[in-house]
Design a protein. Structure first.
Length: 280
């Protein structure tokens, strides 16, 4: 396997810096008078060790993200891609999710996100149409963005849908899923919580929040959500499988095997591997 320019370890180590940078950029924007949720475009820079990697990344960003390539050039011994984003409504959460998604896509192409900036300031007066009649448009645009793996745009459009109609639990739930895709589990948890508060019988939200809690090591809290999901759907094989995983994390191997067997009996063939490995 060829040696990577931007390794997984480097990506993981840099992730918290990207979160801080997004907050700093937004803070500078609002400090200069930028009005929240006005539209802005950003110059975005990536670096790598090969022109070909950046050209492939540029082609992807143009096709899937609607970005424009400004240049690919050799700068101080390394290759740099400069691109221009489409305009999007900017608040702290949107900017964070947009930037993290780009950082992940850069990593997937063995390129590193090297920074971004905008000239948008206090004179920004360009806003989206957030009239009630546009709700379905933004929700479907978010879903299409998600299908294209443009998770930053998915979050942004779900956010606009929420601004138009904040009582729609499905918008909060869907935005949580998009945030999970870009490794923002804590942000996703907030959205699952809101979805459940709006719709206390929202089975899928309990299922996903349970896994979110399990991933965070909050196993007792995850069990509560697994159990609630089973109250709502007692024959759901995925919930039994997931609860089995959490029970194993809690040291209850017998309970884990019981749940995985139940999942298998309900048709979850993916539970067989767990049973074969842990329940002989």
């Amino acid at each position: 396997m060829a040696e990577r320019y931007f390794t997984r370890q480097q990506f993981i180590a840099r992730f918290p810096e990207e979160v801080i940078l997004a907050a700093d950029v937004y803070g500078r924007m609002t400090g200069s008078g930028f009005p929240e949720y006005a539209l802005a475009e950003f110059d975005v820079y990536f670096i790598s060790d090969a022109q070909e990697k950046l050209e492939k990344l540029a082609a992807f960003l143009v096709a899937a993200y609607g970005m424009k390539t400004k240049s690919v050039s050799l700068q101080n011994g390394q290759w740099e891609l400069e691109t221009l984003s489409p305009k999007f409504p900017v608040d702290a959460d949107n900017l964070l999710c947009w930037a993290i998604d780009l950082a992940i896509k850069g990593y997937e192409h063995d390129c590193r996100l090297d920074g971004y900036g905008t000239f948008a300031g206090a004179d920004s007066k360009d806003f989206q149409d957030e009239s009630t009649g546009r709700l379905a448009y933004y929700f479907e645009l978010a879903m299409e963005s998600y299908r294209q793996r443009n998770f930053g745009a998915a979050v942004i459009n779900f956010t606009t849908a929420i601004r138009i109609f904040p009582e729609n639990a499905n918008s909060w739930y869907s935005r949580a899923i998009a945030k999970e895709e870009i490794l923002l589990g804590a942000k996703a948890r907030e959205d699952y919580d809101k979805a459940i508060s709006l719709s206390p019988e929202f089975k899928e939200a309990y299922i996903n929040r349970a896994v979110n809690k399990d991933d965070a090591g909050e196993y007792e809290a995850a069990m509560l959500d697994h159990n609630k999901a089973l109250e709502l759907d007692a024959l759901n094989p995925m919930v039994y499988f997931n609860r089995g995983n959490t029970r194993q994390h809690l040291g209850d191997q017998a309970g884990a095997c019981s749940d995985w067997k139940k999942a298998k009996d309900l048709g979850a063939e993916y539970a067989v591997a767990r049973l074969d490995e842990y329940c002989k």
